[in-house]
Structures are given as C-alpha cells and as structure tokens.
Design a binder for this molecule. Structure first.
Ligand SMILES: NC(=O)c1ccc[n+]([C@@H]2O[C@H](COP(=O)([O-])OP(=O)(O)OC[C@H]3O[C@@H](n4cnc5c(N)ncnc54)[C@H](O)[C@@H]3O)[C@@H](O)[C@H]2O)c1
Length: 667
C-alpha cells in the first residue's frame, strides 16, 4: 500500500506529526476577530483537544491556544497531511465503497492549493466558505470514507464527522449539514463565536457540500448573466461590442468576471485590492492586463471602446476609485455590478476605500468598530458614484453578494422610495424569469478518471443531447438552450478546468435527466472510462431559499420562508442522492439563506439510472411547483408542461384573483 493510502487509513495518527511552519506563499485567511471571553476560550480548547488522546494534550494545548490567539481559530495546522491534496482517479483512494471514494475525490478537489482560496485554513471560496473547521476533522472524515461500506451513512455536522451509522444501499453515503442553528442565534457574531468554539461552520454552498469545481462553474453563470444583462440595455445597439462592464473582485467566484466578460464580448474593468488574487487570475490567463495607474487604465478603456475590443482589465485598487474616477471622466459604464464578499462585510469581505489593503487587514481585528464605520462610509461613496453612472443609462445589478442589502444598512442611497431597492438583483431581472422559473439551473459533472479525454467525450454527449432536445422544445426556452449549446461547444477551447476534470451547463429537468442518463450509458459501455459524478451548485430553481438572491423573484410574500430548500434536500435524500447537504448561509451570508445540494455517482449501473431519473425530476420540479404557486407565469407554464409529460405528477395550481376585486373587497 502506498503512503497516500496509508496516511488516509491512519486517520488521526497516534504519534504527533511534524509541526508545519506557516507557509507565506499560500493565500491565508485573515485573522478572525477575538470574540471569545476567557471561559469560552477554555471551552474552545477543550473542544479541540477531544479529537486527540490525552497523552498528546500537554503539547497540543499550548499549540492550539497560540493558534487561537494568533488567528482567532484553531485550525490544527500540524495535522495538515504530508501528501498533496488534489483530485485523483478513484482507484487511488483507499475504499470499500466506490461512492465514498467519489466523495473523497470531491473533498480533495475542494482543498487543492490550486483550487481553494485559503487552503490551509480549509476555506474553499468566499472568504469563509469552509469544508472543515480543522485538520482533525479532515483526517477523521477521510478515514471514515475510506473504510465505510454501501450499507453505512456518514453524518457530517458542520465539518465534524459525527460517525458512521448503519443504513442501506439506496441511502445517501453522506449527509452534510453546515451552520444550522436555532434561528434566533443566527447573527454574524453568533457565527464568529460558534466557529471559534469549534462547533459550527459556514459552508457557503459548494465548499461545505464538496461540489466546488473551481471558478469555471461561475464563469458559465456569469457569462449567461452578462449576455442577458446586455440584452436589457435599451440603447438600440446590437451585441455587446465596445460596451463597458465595471465590477469588483478577482477572488473565488468574482475572478470569473473578466473571463466571462471576454466570452460575452465586453470590455471589463474589475477592481481588486488583493495583489495575490490579481496575480492568480492574471497568471491563469483569466484577466488580460493589470493596471495600477488610473490615467493609463482610462486611456486603455477609451482605446478598447473605439476598437470594439473584447478585453479584460484588472485595476489593482479599490472599486470605489473606479466608479468615482470614471464618472469624473464621464466614462460611463454600460453594465455594472459588484462582487466584493459583502456577505461577510466585517471580516475581510469588503475593503473600505481610503486605507491600504494591509491597514485594513490589521484594523478589522484590532479596531473592529472603526473598521465597520469605514466600510459603511465606503459603501455610501460607492453607491453615490454608481448613481452618477446609472443616471447616464448604466444597467446596474446586484450580484447576489448582499451589496444592496449592506449598502442600505450603511445608509447608502439605494432605496426606491417604496421600501425596496432602486436596482434589481440579477435573479429578479435575469436568472429568475429567464432560467429558474423554467427549471434551468446549474448541472455540473466531474469525470472521476481525471482524464481530459473523458471530459471531451462528455462535452460531446451533452451538446448532442441538448441539440436534439431543442428541436422539440417550446420557443420560450430556445434562447437558454441556444446559449448553453454554444457554451458547451466552446467550453473545451476556453480551457476552463482548474482542478478536477469538471464541466457545467444550464439545463431544465428534461435536459439534466437526458444528459445524466447518456453519461450513465457511456460509463456502462466504456465510452467514458470511469464513473461520473453529477451535482449542482445551489444557484438554482429548487435548492435554495434566499430572499435577496435565488428567491428574490418570488412575490407572494413567501420569500422569507425556507420550506422549499428543506423539502428539496429531504426529497433528494430518499430518491437516491449519493450525498446531500443543507446549509445556513451561502452566497448572501450567514442567517440570510438556507440552501441544499446533492451529489450523485453515475457508475453505469441500472440502479444509478433509476436513481437519477427519480431524483432529478424532483430536484428541479419541486422549485418550479413552488414558483408556480407564487404565480410566476413562466413557472406556471413550465409545471403544466411537466405534468403533461410525467404520470403521477400532480401539482396544486394557483387561481389568479382580479386586483380590482381585491381592492374593492378591502375598501
Ligand atoms: N459569481 C456569482 O455568480 C455569484 C453568485 C452569487 C453570489 N456571489 C457572491 O459574490 C461575492 C464574491 O465571491 P468570491 O468567491 O469571489 O469572494 P472572494 O472573497 O474570493 O472575492 C472577493 C474579492 O473582492 C476583493 N475586494 C473586497 N473589497 C474590495 C474593494 N472595496 N475593492 C476591490 N476589491 C475588493 C477581495 O480582495 C476579494 O479578492 C460573494 O459574496 C458571493 O457570495 C457571486
């Protein structure tokens, strides 16, 4: 047995591993604020030590106490494994269950140095989207997965593996919940405290559900969003050539913006304060040019506008400077958004204008009150400048990062005068009515062989299925299908893979099911050389209740409820998902959203075909049925169509009341 397998099977080793020196070449999480009182610090230490035999406590207690002091969390750096963490072919993982091996592949991909945002702090993206809270949890989980059978289920509570429980072959191998707390204890500070105590974590969406596939997932969604935002411009011009798109962030998801901008054909200017994030995206070829000189940037933008060039430009500095300086120069944006991590405004998600990146890094933990004031003032400035642009026709949209929410809380001028926001969220205007209400959402897959040729094969299969399906689809969904067929045909050429051999496209229930079945057949007949994992992110029709994002286009008053997301994960679990997850938070922030996800292994077997058909039908139509009940006309159309073709599907349909009658009755 090789060393990799032995290390996994050893779990938490009995002998203390070598200490791991802090590696400055890796992007690290910012120091978290000191939120525990002295009794709570004792509790945090006691909690951390329960993973280890008493014989090691004397040494580890001091080490963990110093991590808590230094970083605000106990990551247990010493227990980071010696081997390189990355997705490997299934056969390289020690296993008794192939399904469990596939989950190991997905976990190790989420923590790959080339994929994760802060890999040593086990953060995959979004500043705080964690796979585990500490390295002991990682080691124990991998050991459980390596030894479990298809008649057991592993229970994961916020990164902590509670243990293996007897179940059955059709049950999920892993059930994940992240950050689920009693609703009254769901403020940002509660998260800081519970996380510092080692009892809860923010799993974001695809971080804590092991479904992150690098920024590619988001390049696709961003391309679709920018294309459709462009279609909303009412300036009479055709296409996006020469149009200017301004936004911020070159991080985990936001880093997709320049790449998507190029694919959509715009000039994008993306501000980023963190030099490491800029270097990463520039060296990957995801952003074309980097500027830290404003006049040079402005003249480059003018030149690109004149030539109608599709080019992506990074601004090394604060986004507030871009909005303000471009307005002063009357260089108006056509499209605008923001992708700072405002779901996490006080701990590194948003860097305020007027101080340096380094100063902000110190101030957020040394003087959190002052930092808060600066963030709020910066948001007010940013909104004032954006308002100058939109007065000249810019189409500005909130990108699901809680920008409008936090800006309004900061007292910025974003109100519409009727209790709402003056700008739409991208879901209200674009993704909701054009995609989610019709059941279009993020279908993603990973080829477990790790072989790029398998990915090419699956791209071809998916393009073939969608092209055939489009011929018999109603005109209402043609634009979405055409955009996705174009995307998948170009995907290989755009070289989007970072980490595992993965792909994403948007499809509706019929599309997802037919593609998955075709993959299963291809695994069965050897066209594809190893099993394929399918899943999705949570930016979707059914899995997520998020009133400021996925469900922001629900207008029957139910957008602050979370029954849909909970029903979704329960339904996926008993219809055959290989693993399921449910999270508090994700995207918009802790306490602001409940979202669930799934993963499913297609191993070419008839059982996999039965499961995929049963689960995908539910996983999409649950949300369409809810959106239809909320009277969204596109969803009413889509669920009627689904009922016509699916025996046994009977959905409660809404009656539409006359508005005059309602006013009369209340008068
Ligand atoms: N792309 C999408 O489709 C999508 C969808 C939903 C939500 N989001 C949200 O977008 C946000 C960003 O996600 P991410 O994974 O890229 O997070 P991230 O933390 O990896 O990246 C955000 C980047 O913004 C930079 N930044 C912060 N303040 C800045 C400022 N004032 N000026 C310039 N740069 C600044 C940070 O340095 C960081 O690199 C999150 O809130 C996420 O939930 C994105």
């Amino acid at each position: 047995m090789n060393d990799f397998k032995m290390q996994i099977l050893a779990g938490i080793p009995e002998i203390l591993p070598e200490a791991k020196p802090f590696d400055p070449s890796v992007n690290h999480a910012p120091k978290r604020k000191d939120i525990l009182d002295s009794d709570e610090k004792k509790l945090a230490l006691r909690n951390a030590l329960r993973y280890f035999p008493v014989t090691l406590h004397a040494q580890l207690a001091h080490e963990f106490a110093s991590e808590l002091r230094e970083y605000g969390r106990i990551y247990m750096y010493r227990y980071r494994p010696e081997y390189e963490i990355k997705a490997r072919p299934l056969s390289e993982y020690p296993h008794r269950s192939v399904q469990a091996a596939a989950i190991m592949l997905m976990i190790t991909n989420n923590l790959d140095n080339a994929v994760a945002q802060h890999p040593h702090e086990l953060i995959t993206y979004g500043g705080n989207g964690a796979v585990f809270q500490n390295w002991a949890q990682y080691r124990l989980t991998m050991q459980y997965l390596a030894t479990m059978t298809d008649e057991q289920t592993l229970v994961m509570n916020s990164g902590h593996p509670l243990g293996l429980f007897p179940s059955h072959r059709d049950a999920p191998r892993v059930v994940v919940s992240n950050g689920m707390v009693i609703p009254n204890y769901s403020s940002q500070d509660h998260w800081e405290k519970f996380n510092a105590l080692g009892v809860s974590q923010y799993g974001q969406m695809t971080a804590g559900s092991y479904m992150y596939i690098g920024p590619q997932g988001i390049v696709h969604g961003t391309t679709i969003t920018v294309l459709n935002a462009g279609r909303r411009l009412k300036d009479g011009s055709e296409g996006l050539s020469g149009k200017l798109f301004i936004s911020s962030g070159l991080g985990g998801m936001s880093g997709a913006q320049p790449k998507a901008g190029n694919i959509a054909g715009v000039i994008s200017v993306i501000a980023e304060v963190n030099p490491k994030a800029i270097r990463t995206r520039h060296s990957q070829g995801w952003v074309d040019e980097v500027y830290d000189d404003m006049p040079a940037l402005i003249s480059r933008v003018r030149k690109a506008k004149k030539a109608g060039e599709a080019v992506s430009l990074a601004w090394h500095g604060n986004i507030v400077d871009i909005w303000e300086k471009f307005a002063d120069e009357e260089l108006w944006a056509d499209l605008g958004s923001d992708q700072t991590s405002l779901h996490n405004p006080w701990a590194g998600g948003y860097y305020p204008a007027g101080i340096t990146f380094e100063e902000a890094g110190i101030m957020m933990s040394a003087d959190p009150d002052k930092f808060r004031l600066l963030v709020k003032a910066s948001l007010r400035r940013q909104v004032d400048a954006i308002n100058r642009h939109t007065a000249h026709g810019t189409y500005f949209f909130d990108y699901g990062n809680a920008f409008l929410l936090e800006a309004s809380r900061a007292g910025a001028d974003v109100g519409d005068g009727h209790g709402g926001f003056r700008y739409p969220s991208y879901v209200q205007d674009i993704m909701g009515p054009l995609c989610f209400d019709y059941g279009f959402g993020p279908f993603r897959w990973v080829c477990c062989s790790g072989n790029p040729r398998d990915l090419e094969k699956t791209d071809e299969i998916a393009a073939g299925v969608l092209t055939a399906l489009m011929k018999e689809s109603p005109v209402e969904v043609h634009q979405q299908m055409a955009d996705n067929i174009h995307w998948i045909k170009e995907a290989g050429r755009n070289r989007l893979v970072v980490g595992s051999q993965a792909r994403i496209l948007y499809a509706d229930a019929a599309g997802r099911t037919l593609i998955a079945k075709a993959f299963n057949d291809a695994v069965s007949d050897g066209t594809v050389s190893a099993p394929v994992v399918i899943g999705r992110d949570h930016h979707d029709v059914s899995g997520t209740d998020s009133p400021f994002r996925e469900t922001s286009n629900i207008y029957d008053g139910s957008r602050f409820t979370a029954d849909m997301a909970i029903q979704n994960v329960i339904g996926d679990a008993f219809r055959g998902a290989t693993w399921v997850s449910i999270h508090n938070g994700g995207g918009v922030g802790w306490g602001e959203v409940i979202n669930g996800g799934f993963g499913m292994l297609l191993d070419g077997s008839p059982e996999a075909e039965r499961r995929l058909k049963s689960m995908l039908l539910w996983d999409v139509n649950n949300g369409i049925a809810r959106r239809s009940w909320a009277r969204n006309s596109e969803a009413v159309f889509a669920i009627r169509r689904e009922m016509a073709r699916t025996p046994g599907l009977v959905v409660t349909m809404p009656s539409l009341a006359d508005d005059n009658l309602i006013s009369e009755a209340l008068d």
